[in-house]
Design a protein around this ligand. Sequence first.
Ligand code: NAP
Length: 284
Amino acid sequence: MKKILVQLDSDKSPSVFDAVTAYDSGVDNLLQYGDIAPCQVRDLVHGAMFTRGEDALKNSAIFVGGSDVTSGEEILKEVVNSFFGTVRVSAMLDSNGCNTTAVAAVRKILSVGEVKGKKVVILAGTGPVGMRAAGLLALEGADVLLTSRGFAKSEKAAATVSKRFSCNITPAQVSSPEETEEALKDASAVLCAGAAGIMLIPESLWAKHPTLQVLADANAVPPLGVENTKPHWSGKEVEGKIIFGALAIGGLKMKIHRKCVAQLFTKNDLILDAEEIYEIAKSI
Ligand code: NAP
């Protein structure tokens, strides 16, 4: 039986990236829907639920994407609310790559050593990747500091993550080199989660930092988030620090993304959000 993935995207044009990755994950047919609002979800989900017998339902699945994570979360909630008992299909949320990218970055950081009880800073952590990574690191026991150029924005993002992951994220403003230095004081690890092409840590700060052991950078577009590093560095040791560039994180992200989509077709009752994707990534 053909594996059919229903792509529900909050953007007008459903993501080509997610479509290509779906085919590379073994999907036979992709049904793409763009500009999806939560009120449209139920009928589309019923089309996936009621067309195949219960034993065959694992061959249909739903992927929720789009650039807006909050919209994606609302769509996923409607997907789940549309099911009746065992008549359901598996679904995955990865709006803007938030889950797969954050999971990849956190797995890279954790590959160096545990973060329990250690300070981990998410610089420019108010975007989809930074917020998911903050929650996952807090679940690993890290003391997470999430920064923004504006304190109010960091406070809002920290509160959202704290609620979503039942944890306690500390907000901070970082809008100058002095504030970057202050944020990184006593930190063991840092994730640069800023927008593409934004340098967040000058070499003069990271190279001589007394406590930083791990630096991870999600930004592959020059200038990179960590100055004078290379995007392909995958655990390269420089100045006593272990560094992961965006291409190293991206390579793992692609493996995680493909494995999760493939996993959707093994059962008809999986809901893959950050925590579940994180568990699946542990086996890669
Ligand atoms: P995003 O939402 O585009 O940006 C994250 C934060 O960057 C924003 O919330 C903003 O924070 C800050 N920012 C924006 N412009 C800035 C500027 N001029 N100076 C300082 N800070 C600025 O990021 P995202 O979608 O979460 O993605 C994070 C990074 O991961 C991006 O670089 C993206 O390209 C990359 N990415 C990598 C992969 C991969 O596989 N490696 C996959 C997906 C995404 P404030 O306004 O709060 O300061």
